[in-house]
Design a protein around this ligand. Structure first.
Ligand SMILES: C[S@@+](CC[C@H](N)C(=O)[O-])C[C@H]1O[C@@H](n2cnc3c(N)ncnc32)[C@H](O)[C@@H]1O
Length: 227
C-alpha cells in the first residue's frame, strides 16, 4: 500500500500537513510564530538531496529543517537571528559564514512582510513591510548569499506568501520571484495549500464577501537552481 509520504512525492499538489501529523519524532516547534510544515521540507529533501548532503537553512526559526534533515541522514546547518534552541547558530542571513560552492541544498521560509513578530532583533527582515522596496532589497541580499554558498546547479526551495491588508494586495511572491530570477533558473513553482487555515471560518468567509477579497489558502514554493 502507498503511504502518505510516497503519495505526496507522486502528486503535483503539495499539502501543508500539520507538523504534528508527520513522522514519529517532533520537527521544529509548532508554537513558534510562522513555523514551517515539516512535510514541505521532507518533500524537498527527498527530491533534491541524498544521504550525507549538506543542507542549510539561513532562517531556520524553531529548527524544523534541522530535525527533518537529521532524520533523513543529511548534514545540516541552521541559522537564525532569533535563537530558540542550542543547535541553531545566531547569524544574519544576509552574510552566511560558509565558503562559496559548498552547500548541496538550501531551504528558506522567509518573512513575507511585517505581519509576524519573531523577535526584538532589529536585523529581523520581518520588521519591514512588503509595501516597501527595502523589503525586497534585503531579501535579495539573502538570495545572493544563497547563490554564493550553493554548489553549481544545486537548488534552493523558498517558501513565501502574499499580503492582502487594509484593502491592498501585494504580490509578495511574484515580487520576490523577480529578484530570484536574476540568480537562479526555475525548476518548479508550487502552491503549498495551507491545511491549518485560521481564515477558514464563517467570519472570514463573510468578510471576504463584504470587502471583496479572496481568502489566501496557500503559499508559493519556488524551487530554483544556481545559474
Ligand atoms: C517563517 S520563520 C521560519 C520558520 C522556521 N522555518 C521554522 O520552521 O520554525 C522566518 C524566520 O526568519 C528569521 N529572520 C528574519 N530576519 C532574519 C535575518 N536577517 N537573518 C536570519 N534570520 C532572520 C526570523 O527570526 C524567523 O525565525
Amino acid at each position: 500500500m502507498v503511504n502518505k509520504k510516497e503519495l505526496a512525492l507522486e502528486s503535483t499538489t503539495l499539502w501543508d500537513f500539520p507538523t504534528q501529523n508527520y513522522g514519529d519524532t517532533p520537527h521544529g516547534n509548532n508554537k513558534y510564530n510562522g513555523v514551517t510544515s515539516a512535510f514541505v521540507i521532507w518533500n524537498l529533501l527527498k527530491r533534491y538531496t541524498k544521504d550525507n548532503d549538506l543542507v542549510v537553512d539561513p532562517m531556520c526559526g524553531s529548527g524544523t529543517t534541522i530535525d527533518v534533515a537529521k532524520e533523513l541522514k543529511r548534514r545540516v546547518i541552521g541559522y537564525d537571528i532569533n535563537v530558540v534552541r542550542p543547535d541553531v547558530i545566531k547569524n544574519d542571513a544576509r552574510r552566511i559564514p560558509l565558503n562559496n560552492d559548498s552547500v548541496d541544498f538550501v531551504f528558506i521560509d522567509s518573512p513575507y512582510s511585517d505581519n509576524i513578530s519573531y523577535s526584538n532583533d532589529i536585523r529581523c527582515i520581518g520588521k519591514i513591510s512588503c509595501e516597501k522596496q527595502e523589503f525586497f532589497d534585503e531579501l535579495e541580499k539573502v538570495a545572493k548569499e544563497i547563490h554564493r554558498i550553493l554548489k553549481p546547479n544545486k537548488a534552493v526551495g523558498w517558501l513565501i506568501g502574499d499580503q492582502w491588508k487594509k484593502k491592498k494586495f501585494i504580490p509578495t511572491g511574484f515580487l520576490l520571484y523577480q529578484r530570484l530570477e536574476k540568480y537562479f533558473e526555475t525548476i518548479d513553482t508550487i502552491c503549498v495549500t495551507r491545511r491549518n487555515q485560521t481564515s477558514n471560518t464563517d467570519i472570514w468567509h463573510n468578510r471576504a464577501i463584504q470587502f471583496n477579497f479572496y481568502l489566501r489558502g496557500f503559499k508559493y514554493l519556488f524551487i530554483m537552481s544556481k545559474k
